[in-house]
Design a protein. Structure first.
Length: 276
């Protein structure tokens, strides 16, 4: 018997990276999945984003585990599109139990005006999270059976490091701090309905957001390998980048009944980076 048998999970940014890993982990433990992703480019982002083919591969992996999956190509900045994805979950999969607001962007393209870079980081990483939960919370409340919401922040959402005066760097740090703030206030809002809200705060993760030519060109060593983006805050444990599955393990715990009395918590998954 799986921890998520009979439950439905909505996951944004599900086409690849951490989102795909979360989908596979929860499906492997019994969940049906609504997998949402933009599946298209953003001109201000320095690396290629996911494609429809990536989203189809996530669906294939979930179905390979014997679970149902519904996909939706939707921009988290589009509240109406997210509301439609939630309606699909209710209509086709019978409801909604877990919400993983995971979609986000990282390095901004060179030459993007600072104000534009800052705005786009906030629009995707913070407003996108707000839109996701605003679409899903009324369903969770209306069902009257509780639920779990896990937001993806960052280790940089718990520290002053990471900004550099640029719109992109500052916007990333500000947006991830904002996600933690939303989590704390939503934990208060939704607790009377038996709905828990938490954050997972990873350090660097080996996904296409980090492992791409743009990031390597900016942070890479002379040998072409990826150097630590922030050399003065190494992890306590001997690892440069986490694997997506490391984050998914924490997310699965936070979303499960094993964490039934855990809410309002921002959990670092950072190999000890923030302990320095």
């Amino acid at each position: 018997m799986g921890r998520f048998d009979g439950r439905v999970a909505l996951i944004t940014g599900a086409a690849r990276g951490q989102g795909r890993s979360h989908a596979v982990r929860l499906a492997g433990e019994g969940a049906d999945v609504v997998a949402v992703d933009l599946c298209g480019p953003l001109d201000t982002v320095a690396y290629d984003l996911a494609t429809p083919e990536d989203l189809a591969e996530t669906a294939r992996l979930v179905e390979g585990l014997g679970r149902r999956v519904v996909t939706a190509q939707a921009d988290v900045r589009d509240a109406d599109a997210l509301a439609a994805a939630v309606r699909t979950a209710v209509t086709e999969l019978g409801g909604l139990d877990v919400v993983l607001a995971n979609a986000g962007i990282g390095l901004m393209a060179a030459g993007v005006p600072a104000a534009t870079a800052f705005r786009d980081q906030l629009d995707v990483n913070l407003t996108g999270v707000w839109n996701t939960v605003q679409a899903a919370a009324p369903v969770l409340v209306g069902q009257g059976r509780g639920g779990a919401v896990v937001l993806t922040s960052s280790a940089f959402g718990l520290t002053g490091r990471g900004g550099d005066g640029s719109g992109g760097g500052d916007g990333y740090v500000a947006s991830k701090h904002g996600v933690v703030g939303l989590m704390r206030t939503w934990a208060n809002w939704l607790a009377p309905h038996g709905i828990r809200v938490t954050c997972v705060c990873p350090s660097g993760v080996a996904t296409p957001m980090v492992l791409n030519p743009a990031v390597t060109a900016l942070f890479g060593g002379d040998d072409g390998s990826l150097a630590k983006p922030v050399e003065d805050v190494p992890s306590l444990l001997d690892v440069m980048l986490l694997q997506p599955e490391d984050v998914s393990a924490a997310v699965a715990f936070l979303a499960s009944d094993e964490a039934r009395f855990i809410t309002g918590v921002a959990l670092p998954v950072d190999a000890g980076m923030l302990a320095r």
